[in-house]
Write a protein that binds this ligand. Structure first.
Ligand code: GTP
Ligand code: MG
Length: 246
């Protein structure tokens, strides 16, 4: 297959879209008929704090960061129903996948979307006041229904954050994979190569993993600085595990 046809992008149908029954509408807008893009992978995710923090890493420290985590984790739209807190993660593949989906999604701010691009998906979003502990308004939250990767490097980072290679048919792999040859465990949020009481084995010999994750693990194992954090690698292996469902 031509590499240009392999361009992939991550879409997240966020909890406000699920709550407002807009899932079908979003999928229809992004359908192969309208976009000439194909599904490469999809999963329903109860988003953990670790995954939320890694996904929105670039916004760490900003005033709206905590509300952004609550939003993608479903806490805002399903405050009393943790079992309903879901985000739908989808990988779309095809020519100009990133640009096409960003255009259909529209501007980040739903009010700007309504003003400048009526009919785009985010024109159906809302703004909500953002308050501090005392109830003072300190900004606004942008409930904009979907996420779409902004560029090639974000798409690669985000697809590898949310999906394991085995979540995607091998013929649709856009990034290098390799066979793991070591045991890797998570214990108290730290990497370990030996099994200890309470540790979680997230990679083992024979498992197929993203090559970049294997390289990062090999560096972290040696105590060297790696191009991505341990949490970036681990988060996908903990998706929908019972103990992560806080
Ligand atoms: P995504 O597709 O969700 O990544 O949106 P984007 O690429 O259009 O925007 P960006 O990655 O910069 O921001 C991610 C999310 O953070 C947005 O969807 C908004 O919900 C939120 N956000 C970004 N900038 C602001 C801001 O200035 N104020 C507030 N309140 N929220 C913001
Ligand atoms: Mg973005």
């Amino acid at each position: 297959m031509d590499t240009i046809e392999l361009e992939q992008t991550l879409v997240l149908i966020k909890p406000d879209a699920l709550k407002n029954s807009l899932t079908g509408y979003v999928l229809s807008q992004l359908s192969e008929f309208h976009t000439d893009l194909r599904f490469a992978a999809t999963k329903i995710v109860h988003v953990s704090k670790m995954l939320a923090e890694e996904h929105y890493d670039e916004h760490r420290g900003k005033v709206f960061f905590p509300s952004l985590l609550d939003y993608i984790m479903g806490r805002i739209h399903y405050p009393d129903a943790p079992q309903h807190r879901r985000t739908i993660a989808i990988v779309f593949q095809g020519v100009d996948a990133i640009k096409k989906i960003r255009a259909i999604a529209g501007p980040t701010n739903p009010l700007v979307a309504r003003d400048t691009q009526p009919g785009c998906i985010r024109s159906l979003g809302t703004l909500a006041p953002l308050k501090d502990a005392e109830g003072n308004v300190i900004g606004e939250r942008m409930d904009n229904l979907i996420h779409a990767s902004a560029n090639d490097s974000d798409a690669e980072k985000e697809i590898k954050l949310w999906f394991k290679p085995n979540d995607i048919p091998p013929s649709m792999h856009a990034y290098e994979v390799n066979v793991c040859n070591a045991f890797y465990y998570l214990k108290d949020n730290k990497l370990s190569t030996t099994d200890q009481p309470g540790s979680i084995c997230f990679l083992s010999p024979g498992k197929i993993a993203w090559q970049s994750d294997l390289e990062a693990m090999a560096m972290l194992r040696e105590g060297e600085p790696a191009p991505c954090s341990l949490q970036t690698v681990v988060a996908k292996y903990l998706i929908n595990r019972e103990q992560e469902n806080s």
